[in-house]
Design a protein around this ligand. Structure first.
Ligand code: FE
Length: 178
C-alpha cells in the first residue's frame, strides 16, 4: 500500500459504509443479556435442562442456543451427524464418554460421529454453555439404537410451544428464525 493509500485509509476509517446492503440480506439479531435476562425465555427441554434460543437457521439447518443445566440435569445420550461448537459461559460439565472436563471459558468442538451424554458434576449448581449445533441430534440407547431425534425444526416447535404456553404467543419464536 502506498503512503497515500495508507493515509486515505486512516482518513475514512470511521466513515460508515455508504451503500445499501444487498436486497436479500436478512435482518441482524441482537440479544442483550443472552445468558441471563428474562426467565420466561428459557425453554424447558428436560428436567433441569433449558435452552435459550439465539438463532434458528432453517436454510442451513443449525441452531444456536445457550444451554443451561442445573444440578442433577442430564442431556440425554445422543449422536451428532454434524459438527458442534461450544463455549462454556458458566460452571463445568463433562461427557460420560470422555475424561476431560469443560470448564468456564473452554471451547469445545464435537466432531461429526460423536455420541455422548452430558452431565454436570454434583458440586456445580448451574452450567451455561453457548452451543452451535449443526444438522441433528440423534438420541440413542447405550447400544446405539435410535430413540428419537431433534433438528432445527423440532427446536423451533419446542420453543413455540413454550412461548405460547406462557402467553408470549406462537409468533414470538419468529424473531430467532433466519
Ligand atoms: Fe452433543
Amino acid at each position: 500500500m502506498s503512503n497515500a493509500a495508507a493515509a486515505h485509509g486512516r482518513a475514512d476509517e470511521r466513515v460508515p459504509y455508504q451503500l445499501p446492503f444487498p436486497p436479500d440480506v436478512m435482518a441482524e439479531i441482537v440479544i442483550p443479556n443472552a445468558a441471563s435476562g428474562d426467565e420466561r425465555l428459557w425453554v424447558p427441554q428436560a428436567p433441569n435442562v433449558w435452552i435459550r434460543p439465539l438463532l434458528f437457521n432453517v436454510s442451513a439447518g443449525y441452531w444456536m442456543v445457550v444451554l443451561r443445566v442445573r444440578r442433577a440435569g442430564v442431556l440425554t445420550r445422543h449422536r451428532h451427524p454434524g459438527p458442534v461448537h461450544g463455549f462454556v459461559l458458566k460452571g463445568r460439565w463433562r461427557y460420560l464418554e470422555h475424561d476431560w472436563i469443560a470448564e468456564e471459558g473452554s471451547y469445545v468442538f464435537e466432531p461429526p460421529g460423536e455420541t455422548h451424554t452430558l452431565i454436570v458434576p454434583d458440586d456445580v449448581p448451574e452450567m451455561m454453555t453457548f452451543f452451535q449445533v449443526n444438522g441433528a441430534m440423534i438420541y440413542v440407547d447405550p447400544q446405539g439404537r435410535e430413540t428419537g431425534y431433534e433438528d432445527v425444526h423440532s427446536k423451533i416447535a419446542l420453543a413455540r410451544k413454550h412461548y405460547t404456553a406462557i402467553g408470549l404467543g406462537p409468533d414470538y419464536v419468529k424473531q430467532f428464525i433466519r
